[in-house]
Design a protein around this ligand. Structure first.
Ligand code: HEM
Ligand code: HEM
Length: 311
C-alpha cells in the first residue's frame, strides 16, 4: 500500500486587480474618479454660487444686512440658511466620500463631519433667532406657516441627529453593535433632514417673494427671476449631493486590515481612535490605487450586512 501524501493546499489565486502594471491605472477606477471630481466641483460651484447669490439678493434687492429688528435683520435668515444650513451641511455629508481623505484616520474624518455639521447647526439657530426677533419686533405672529412648522421640525431633528451622532459615533462609549445598529438610521435620517431643509428653503424663498413683490411677482420682475434662479441652484446643489452620497462605488473603503481580521464587519474597540493622519501625502501610487479597488471588492463581499468600517 502506498503511503498517503499530505494534502497541500493550492496556492491562493492571484487577485487580478491587485497586480497592475506599474504606471497603468484601472480604467474603470479612472472613469469613476473623473466623474466623481466633475460632480464634486459642480456641487461646490453651484452651492457656493447659491450662497453668494443669497447675499447679493439681500444687499441688492432687499434692505441689506443688519441687526435692528427690521427687514435687514430678517435677511440674515435666508443668508445664514443657504450658506450654512444648506451649503455646509451638504459638504459635511460628502466629506467621507473624498478619495484623497481615505488615507486619513477615520477619527479625523468624523471630527470634520461633526465639526461642519455643528457649524451648520449654529448658523441655522442664529438664522432662527433673526427671524423670530424680526417677527416679535414687528408684531408678526410666530409659527403660523407650513414653512415655519417644517423648518423648525427640521432644525430640531438636526440637533437631535447631531447629538446622537456625537454620543454614538464619536465618543468612545457606544459598543460596535450599537453603532452598527444605528448607522443605517443615521444615514437615512441625515438624508431625510437634508432633503427637508432644501424643501423648506424653497418654500421660504417663495413665501418671501410673494410677501415682498405681491402682485408684481406674476409679471416676472428682475428680482423674481433672480430669486427663482437662486431656488433652482439650491435644488441642483441638493440633487448633486444626493447623487454623490448614494453611489456605492464612492463610499469610503473599509480599513482592509481591520476588515480582514474581522470579517463580520465589526471594528475592534479603540481601533479607530488612533489619530494617524497622513493626509499630506503625495498622490497614491498606481499599485496603492488598484489594491484599494481590490480591497474594496473583497470588503464588499465580506460586508453583506451592509455595515461600515466607520461605525
Ligand atoms: C431650511 C431652511 C429654513 C428654516 C429651517 C426656516 C425656518 C423658519 C421658521 C421656524 C420661521 C418662523 C419664524 C416665526 O414664526 O417667527 C421662518 C419664517 C420665515 N422664513 Fe424661513 N426657514 C428656512 C429658510 C428660509 C429661506 C431660504 C427663506 C427665504 C427668504 C425663508 C423665509 C422665511 C419667511 C419669509 C418667514 C416669515 C413667514 C413665516 O413665518 O413663514 N426661510 N422660517
Ligand atoms: C446633524 C448632523 C449629521 C448629519 C446630517 C449626518 C449625516 C450623515 C450622512 C448623510 C451620512 C452618510 C454619508 C456617506 O454615506 O458617505 C453620514 C455618515 C456618517 N456619520 Fe453622520 N451626520 C451627522 C452627524 C454626525 C456626527 C456628530 C457623527 C459623529 C462622529 C457622525 C458620524 C458619521 C459616521 C461615522 C458616518 C459613516 C461614514 C462612512 O463610513 O461612510 N455623523 N452622516
Amino acid at each position: 500500500m502506498k503511503p498517503r501524501l499530505p494534502v497541500v493546499a493550492p496556492p491562493p489565486a492571484p487577485i487580478p486587480e491587485a497586480a497592475p502594471r506599474a504606471g497603468h491605472r484601472c480604467p474603470m477606477a479612472m472613469e469613476g474618479s473623473r466623474a466623481f471630481l466633475g460632480l464634486l466641483v459642480s456641487a461646490l460651484l453651484v452651492g457656493f454660487l447659491a450662497a453668494v447669490l443669497t447675499v447679493v439678493w439681500a444687499l441688492r434687492y432687499r434692505d441689506g444686512l443688519g441687526w435692528d429688528g427690521g427687514s435687514a435683520e430678517f435677511n440674515w435668515h435666508p443668508v445664514l440658511i443657504v450658506g450654512g444650513f444648506v451649503f455646509l451641511q451638504g459638504i459635511a455629508i460628502i466629506v467621507y466620500r473624498l478619495p484623497w481623505t481615505w488615507k486619513c484616520s477615520k477619527l479625523l474624518m468624523k471630527l470634520i463631519h461633526a465639526g461642519l455639521n455643528t457649524i451648520a447647526m449654529i448658523l441655522a439657530v442664529i438664522s432662527l433667532v433673526a427671524v423670530f426677533d424680526f417677527h416679535n419686533a414687528k408684531n408678526i405672529p410666530n409659527m403660523y406657516s407650513l414653512h415655519s412648522w417644517i423648518g423648525l421640525t427640521a432644525v430640531i431633528l438636526y440637533v437631535s441627529q447631531l447629538l446622537v451622532g456625537l454620543f454614538v459615533f464619536l465618543l468612545p462609549f457606544a459598543p460596535p453593535s450599537l453603532r452598527a445598529l444605528l448607522m443605517p438610521f443615521h444615514i437615512y435620517s441625515g438624508l431625510l433632514i437634508f432633503g427637508t431643509v432644501i424643501a423648506t428653503a424653497l418654500m421660504g424663498l417663495t413665501e418671501k417673494l410673494i410677501f415682498s413683490l405681491k402682485n408684481t411677482y406674476s409679471t416676472s420682475p428682475p428680482e423674481g427671476i433672480f430669486a427663482n434662479v437662486l431656488g433652482i441652484l439650491i435644488l441642483v446643489f441638493g440633487a448633486l449631493i444626493f447623487w454623490i452620497v448614494t453611489r456605492p462605488q464612492w463610499q469610503r473603503p473599509k480599513e482592509p486590515s481591520l476588515k480582514l481580521l474581522h470579517p463580520n464587519g465589526s471594528t475592534p474597540e479603540g481601533a479607530e481612535c488612533s489619530m494617524v493622519t497622513d493626509c499630506s501625502n503625495t498622490d497614491k501610487t498606481d499599485v496603492e490605487f488598484n489594491s484599494e479597488v481590490a480591497a474594496r471588492k473583497r470588503n464588499l463581499n465580506l460586508d453583506e450586512a451592509g455595515q461600515r468600517s466607520t461605525m
